[in-house]
Design a protein around this ligand. Structure first.
Ligand code: AMP
Length: 132
């Protein structure tokens, strides 16, 4: 089941294929609930993606339909990856895109973890985008 307004989960998306082992990834962390791997097109010196193993499109979908164990497992994995990479002291940024306004490309819930330099303002300007 997914939340209303969202298309059904697409099992052909690239992260579903990574989870099935059909395409490789540069793994950072894996447990029962989550997989973390380096982004193929890094936007910072450290750019890691953390994904839940279940079939969820977004945080809205995940928070509404995942079990308590899946939610706890995924959130714990995000924190564990940050600690494992030694990022508590220098700092890092978490970001999760959802839907067209955010430019979400892959319709499987993922958290981006950016670090390794001063990360600048929270949102990049988008001057050529029409306001809504
Ligand atoms: P988003 O725009 O939030 O959906 O982010 C999707 C991210 O997945 C982008 O940063 C891509 O560079 C990344 N990505 C796409 N394909 C792969 C892949 N095969 N391995 C690792 N990262 C990928």
């Amino acid at each position: 089941m997914s939340v209303s307004g969202l298309p059904p989960y697409d099992d052909t998306n690239v992260f579903a294929r990574i989870l099935r082992g059909e395409i490789p990834c540069r793994k950072v962390f894996e447990d029962e609930w989550a997989l973390a791997f380096h982004d193929i097109n890094p936007q910072a010196p450290v750019h890691v993606l953390v994904i839940p193993k279940g079939r969820y499109c977004s945080f809205a979908d995940f928070s509404a339909t995942a079990s308590e164990a899946e939610i706890a497992g995924f959130i714990r994995a995000v924190g564990r990856v940050a600690r494992q990479l030694g990022l508590e002291a220098p700092g890092y940024r978490l970001l999760a895109n959802a839907g067209p306004d955010s430019h979400q490309e892959v319709p499987h819930l993922h958290v981006h973890l950016f670090a390794g330099r001063r990360l600048g303002p929270m949102l990049a300007p988008a001057p050529d985008q029409p306001s809504r």
